[in-house]
Write a protein that binds this ligand. Structure first.
Ligand code: ZN
Length: 409
């Protein structure tokens, strides 16, 4: 392709050929936000790896070394509640730095590989730790203690734990996963080296030991409900139900002539939505908007909700606006003018319009009408902005300035 950008401009508008349009969209950009605001504005370069679009040595370094989010287990392994010796052994297993017959085969040693625990599978980390019937017996014993019934056949599957668990139970679970790998491998070693009898109880007591250490060392030390109390009792751990801190928050109406927009984003595995509820100083809902924004993560959805709220405000001629979101990260980056570069042009286009623009964060507990709107958006036709001039029938409750909302910490 030898064409220049100027070839695409027709009457100050860039007209994209379909092929190019598809590429721009593939890069995560929209064809309506790569434009400058005016012809007099300087062209600028964007450094895509950093969300701000600005180049930094740090982000370049991270880009080169391809840090990425390679392995979720890294974040879970090197923790104070996991004994460093166990963590180091688990790390060796995960990285396949152990003497297995499979590994010997891979470096050219000719031998028949057989798992000593079941005599049917091969002697590899993957088999011994995950697929071997002995390992599966150990894992199902551990799962029962956690009242956790999803089977797993790899580390990736094993470390996916129920989101509703409190941090304490999550810490105990990750300890179980890593120490279980180490335990079963140690059992395999003792059988290979000393022809010892296979006793799964050895694994169980090793895991129990590690769980005791984790419970003592874990920074999180309180549980949430009866089910979690039950899990702790299963492990014979002293239960420590610290009383939770209850915090109060309120939804406040805007001042006269100011429009308040509560925004929220929602996302599922394949879909995401944004919702904005606009209200005036008398707390009337004057407009609700919802949009299904396709496959985005929850952060992106929060940003999209804010920028869409601003665009709608501009289109309605509301120049005094208060944006409230429950995403601290999104509000902070807008407030510090460090908007993700994908949205920078949309932001610059609208921000000049406002004579007053206030931004604040609140808790989900006091932002539930926008939350509802963002969830409704998930089932709408993608990429169409739905506006409700009157209060939508599904918005049965909204924040009341005379009510206190509570968060339990
Ligand atoms: Zn086996």
């Amino acid at each position: 392709m030898t064409a220049k950008v100027s070839c695409l401009v027709e009457n100050s508008v860039i007209v994209f050929p379909d092929q190019l349009k598809a590429r721009i969209q593939d890069a995560g950009l929209a064809t309506d936000n790569v434009l400058k605001i005016g012809d007099d504005e300087e062209d600028s370069l964007l450094w895509c790896p950093d969300s701000s679009g600005e180049f930094s040595v740090k982000s370049a370094f991270n880009e080169i070394r391809n840090q990425g989010n390679e392995a979720r287990w890294c974040k879970l392994l090197w923790k104070p509640h996991i004994h460093p010796k166990t963590a180091a052994k688990a790390w060796k297993l995960i990285k396949n730095r152990v003497a297995s017959e499979k590994r010997s085969q891979s470096i050219g040693v000719s031998l028949a590989s057989a798992c000593r625990l079941c005599m049917t599978g091969e002697d590899s980390v993957e088999h011994v730790c995950w697929h071997c019937p002995m390992a599966q017996r150990m894992w199902s014993w551990a799962r029962r203690k956690f009242r956790h019934n999803r089977e797993f056949w790899s580390l990736g599957q094993a470390i996916c734990r129920p989101k509703e668990w409190s941090p304490l139970i999550q810490n105990l679970w990750s300890t179980t996963v890593f120490s279980g790998m180490v335990a079963i491998w140690q059992l395999r070693n003792s059988v290979v080296m000393g022809n010892e009898r296979i006793r799964i109880e050895k694994c169980q007591s090793f895991i129990k030991n590690q769980i005791d250490i984790a419970a003592r060392m874990s920074k999180a030390n309180s549980y949430r409900n009866a089910l979690e109390e039950d899990i702790l009792l299963n492990w014979n751990l002293r239960t420590n139900h610290t009383s939770r801190v209850i915090k109060e928050c309120r939804w406040l109406p805007p001042a006269a002539n100011v429009i308040k927009a509560n925004t929220d984003g929602a996302s599922t595995d394949s879909n995401s939505g944004l919702g904005v509820v606009f209200r005036d100083c008398d707390c009337n809902i004057i407009l609700t908007v919802c949009k299904n924004i396709g496959d985005m993560n929850s952060f992106q959805a929060e940003y999209q909700a804010i920028i869409s709220a601003l665009e709608v405000a501009v289109s309605r001629g509301w120049d005094k606006v208060w944006i409230e979101s429950d995403s601290q990260a999104a509000i902070t980056s807008f407030a510090h003018n460090r908007v993700p570069w994908q949205m920078k042009f949309r932001w610059l286009k609208v921000v000049k319009f406002f004579t007053m623009l206030q931004m604040s964060t609140t808790w989900r507990e006091a932002n539930f009408s926008a939350d509802k709107a963002s969830k409704v958006a998930l089932s709408l036709t993608p990429h169409i902005l739905y506006s409700y001039e009157e209060r939508p029938t599904w918005l049965t409750v909204c924040e009341n300035p005379d009510t206190s909302y509570y968060r339990f910490k």
